[in-house]
Design a protein around this ligand. Structure first.
Ligand SMILES: C[S@@+](CC[C@H](N)C(=O)[O-])C[C@H]1O[C@@H](n2cnc3c(N)ncnc32)[C@H](O)[C@@H]1O
Length: 177
């Protein structure tokens, strides 16, 4: 059960790491799942014409509203019926016994929330699209990669970044066709 819908996630090291890796991505349409402050969605506007940002937290979207973005309050990308050139996500990825803080709690292995998000994103890409998302070395990300392969996504680790207490892992996923 999600409890703290008032928690906001300020752009942080992980946000900026993902941003650094978006510079060479371009196309017409992009989706940012779990947009939080909308920081990454705004970055996507540099290289994409049509940018949609989702977040499960309505108060988040309301307090960071910007006219240039299309906001949808929903879980994952479940409310959408459109296929994007690029999907990005900085999900809650820390191992947690409960999903009390939706900004950081990722489930028992730190991958359960991410799996649901990417499984949903899979319905909104074509064979030429990319999904770029983050995981942490503190999570069971090898299991995540295995599980995503089972549902028809091929994944590659494209970059890593060492922080004080963990390593951030940037993963690219594509339809396995
Ligand atoms: C780690 S924060 C990242 C925020 C922002 N994208 C950034 O990089 O600064 C994760 C965000 O995902 C949202 N979120 C958590 N679970 C979600 C879900 N199942 N579907 C959509 N958004 C979700 C949270 O409300 C939070 O804003």
């Amino acid at each position: 059960m999600h409890k703290k819908l008032t928690n906001f996630y300020r752009p942080s090291d992980d946000t900026f790491f993902l941003e650094d890796n978006l510079k060479h991505e371009n196309g017409y349409s992009a989706l940012d799942i779990g947009t939080g402050s909308g920081y990454l969605a705004q970055v996507l506007l540099n290289n994409f014409e049509f940018v949609v940002a989702t977040d499960i937290n309505f108060y988040n979207l309301k307090s960071h509203y910007s006219k240039s973005l299309h906001y949808i309050c929903c879980e994952n990308a479940d409310a959408l019926s459109y296929k994007f050139d690029l999907v990005v996500c900085n999900p809650p990825y820390l191992p947690s016994f409960t999903l009390e803080d939706i900004t950081i709690d990722g489930g028992k292995d730190g991958i359960e929330v991410t799996f649901n998000i990417i499984n949903s994103a899979k319905n909104h890409i074509t064979k030429s699209s990319n999904i770029l998302f983050l995981a942490s070395s503190l999570s069971n990300y090898n299991k995540l990669l295995y599980d995503l392969n089972i549902i028809g996504l091929k994944t590659t680790i494209v970059a890593t970044k060492k922080l004080f207490f963990e390593e951030l892992i940037l993963i690219r996923a594509k339809l396995n066709v």
